[in-house]
Ligand binder design. Structure first.
Ligand SMILES: C[S@@+](CC[C@H](N)C(=O)[O-])C[C@H]1O[C@@H](n2cnc3c(N)ncnc32)[C@H](O)[C@@H]1O
Length: 182
């Protein structure tokens, strides 16, 4: 079965076709995923993408998901991880110390003020172009032909999608979806 990992960066998956715009990561396929993909229609059974869709503006994200729908076989699944705008906002409001500590441990870009305010600003500015909450993301996925099921870290009905997630819930603001192609 063909399995494709989009926006792999240096985290390439063995046995998968890893795709990235940046050739320095030496992915199997170098491609700009804000444009049509160099894959045949209905050629893939599974897809994975962690912390990539946030890098796209909204129009490009729609195109990317429509292309995923074209390339995925009916019944196929794309597992999508992306930062959760609501979790970031709640952390800023109610758990500022956790937010600052997590930034220091896992992002590491120095802070001038050591404040959750600064982490919130940097997080939005540096992490990508469009941050989703679950209602917005699942709505877009539905428009693009997917039923999005929120799942737990490293859990999936599909054995090959288990155990892939890099970002743990206690160490990140990720949300986790298995998206079933209609
Ligand atoms: C934050 S990294 C995520 C890497 C890895 N998936 C992870 O979870 O650590 C985002 C990746 O998306 C890639 N990327 C950004 N825009 C892209 C585009 N338009 N087409 C393809 N890849 C892109 C970047 O080169 C980078 O490797």
């Amino acid at each position: 079965m063909v399995k494709i990992n989009f926006g792999c960066g240096q985290e390439k998956l063995e046995g998968w076709i890893n795709v990235d715009l940046d050739a320095s990561y030496r992915p199997e396929v170098v491609a700009d995923l804000s444009a049509n993909m160099p894959f045949q229609t209905a050629c893939a059974g599974l897809m994975y993408s962690e912390d990539f869709i946030v890098q796209l503006d909204l129009d490009s994200a729609y195109l990317f998901l429509r292309e995923c729908h074209r390339v995925l076989k009916p019944g196929g699944i794309i597992r999508l991880l992306t930062p959760d705008l609501e979790k970031l906002t709640r952390a800023y409001l109610y758990e500022p110390e956790w937010l600052v500590a997590t930034w220091k441990q896992f992002v590491g870009i120095p802070l001038k003020t050591q404040s959750a305010c600064e982490v919130f600003n940097l997080g939005i500015r540096l992490a990508g172009q469009f941050h989703y909450d679950r209602k917005t993301l699942t709505g877009i996925l539905n428009e693009c032909g997917f039923h999005a099921k929120e799942v737990n870290y490293r859990q999936s009905e599909a054995p090959e999608l288990r155990g892939l997630d890099l970002r743990r819930p206690d160490e990140s603001i990720s949300m986790y979806f298995d998206c079933y192609r209609f």
